[in-house]
Design a protein around this ligand. Structure first.
Ligand SMILES: [Zn+2]
Length: 176
């Protein structure tokens, strides 16, 4: 039952694990999640294409970095790296046809103990975002939130396949 540092390790339950221990042991795990299990993203994707979404493959790596704190002491700070590659079916806001938006996530998180520490963390740290850790950490919820943040403000084809010169503006539809 020992957890080894295997690249192919799978978390028993990515919705509930000790993220502090994961970082401390510098573990790595990967897995897949379906769009149907991401409650926020589920509202954003094209309903007709729901069944055509391949599973999104994620990978997480725990790490510890020594950091200086006030008083010149050094503390071992837990970190988590999340990577994900996939694509979502979104509705093009120009031609209203569904299209596949490729998405890539590669983020480092600094894991703090509570929201007070998160508030005290320096803003705009380019090295890492700050998350509040937990011994029942929900990675799937984090992926859901991160994907939502990575969606384009205005989803659209780079070049729309069916746009006609006559269509001007958004949401023009005919009823016949
Ligand atoms: Zn389009």
């Amino acid at each position: 039952m020992s957890q080894t540092l295997s690249c192919s390790a799978v978390l028993d339950n990515p919705r509930m694990f000790d993220v502090f221990a994961f970082a401390r042991k510098q573990q790595q795990a990967s897995g897949e999640v379906l769009v149907q299990n991401l409650s926020r993203i589920l509202n954003e994707v094209t309903p007709d294409k729901l069944a055509q979404h391949p599973a999104l493959r994620w990978n997480v790596t725990g790490a510890i970095r020594q950091e200086l704190v006030a008083g010149g002491k050094s503390v071992a700070m837990p970190y988590l790296r999340l990577t994900l590659e996939g694509a979502l079916w979104l509705e093009c806001q120009r031609c209203l046809e569904p299209y596949q938006e490729p998405l890539t996530i590669d983020i480092w998180y600094r894991i703090v103990q509570n929201s007070a520490q998160a508030d005290a963390a320096p803003a705009n740290d380019e090295r890492a975002d700050v998350i509040v850790g937990s011994r029942q950490f929900d990675l799937i919820d984090l992926i859901d939130e991160e994907l939502l943040l990575s969606l384009p403000l205005v989803p659209k084809h780079s070049v729309c396949p069916f746009t006609h010169e006559s269509i001007v503006g958004y949401g023009v539809e005919t009823s016949n």
